[in-house]
Design a protein around this ligand. Sequence first.
Ligand SMILES: Nc1nc2c(ncn2[C@@H]2O[C@H](COP(=O)(O)OP(=O)(O)OP(=O)(O)O)[C@@H](O)[C@H]2O)c(=O)[nH]1
Ligand SMILES: [Mg+2]
Length: 328
Amino acid sequence: MPANLPPAYFEAEQRYREAKTPAEGIVALEEMLAIMPKHKGTDKLKADLRRRISKLKSKQQGKKKVSRRDSAYKIEREGVGQIALIGPPNVGKSALVGALTNADPQVADFPHSTWKPTPGMMYFENIQIQLIDTPPISKEHMEPWFYDIARRADMILVVVDVQTDPLQQLDETVSLLKAHRIAPRGLAHLHKGQPGWTFLPFLVVANKNDDQSIEENFEIFRSLLEEDWPLVPVSAKTGHNFDLLKQTLFSALEIIRVYTKAPGKDPDRSAPFVLKRGANLEDLASKIHKDFLDKLKYARIWGKHVYDGQMVQRDHVLQDGDVVELHI
Ligand SMILES: Nc1nc2c(ncn2[C@@H]2O[C@H](COP(=O)(O)OP(=O)(O)OP(=O)(O)O)[C@@H](O)[C@H]2O)c(=O)[nH]1
Ligand SMILES: [Mg+2]
């Protein structure tokens, strides 16, 4: 217990102890949280207070339905895709976001250290992808914005700890998401015609694969999986498989990068146009300017699936890495 807690803290604590309803308890706990000085020594205590608040809130919610939509933590989209990291406490979600992006979320050896979402930008070659660190998912009360973040994302990374019963962690996380009508895209056919569902690509990230001695845990986990989950073993601690993870995320976002150039010039490879997989020449032209779309006659194209400078028409489907010279 930190020594420098002011008397007001203990008064609030007294009120918490004497609270007769969950609402009174929540008010007192929130007061204690606000009074608590901010330093490393109080982190664990704060996490504990937040856990008690969320327990009381779930009690309270059992009685009255909360319909207010809380968008306090809506994360503005940046980069070419938004990916939410979701999973149980202490699996390393914050450590992964810290290691993969420019953000610096709190990483701690106790559960429930994260309580609000934190976005960070991850570089992949010449583009940036947004990752969102989230609080741990649990059966207890979750703020409404938590599931909204998942629904708005382009993709869900289910993070589990390969050293601590990853199978159960995965099952619990996925069933909580499903209980809130968020499910992997592969299940869309099961809920055809049912309103309110959000289907997204899911990728399972088995974290804490630090060295060879853990490899066996991962293999057991993989062999016990009943469904065919896309799965990447990583370690936030060592950076193991980060390249593979980034590549997998990029592919799962189903986007392509295309570069434009003027005749006789080289393209600027640092500034790709990002399009949906399956996009054609017209989609590229309209992304550049409406005039281009109207006036486009044909294009010359360089890439893996064409011969150099091949002439193509408006409906030509583009591939990742194509270089395009538009002629109007
Ligand atoms: N050995 C090992 N430990 C890790 C790894 N990643 C995270 N940890 C440790 O696991 C603990 C939890 O990490 P966090 O990143 O705070 O976990 P979290 O999932 O964000 O936890 P909550 O915010 O409470 O949900 C910390 O002690 C980390 O140092 C890893 O790859 N290997
Ligand atoms: Mg965290």
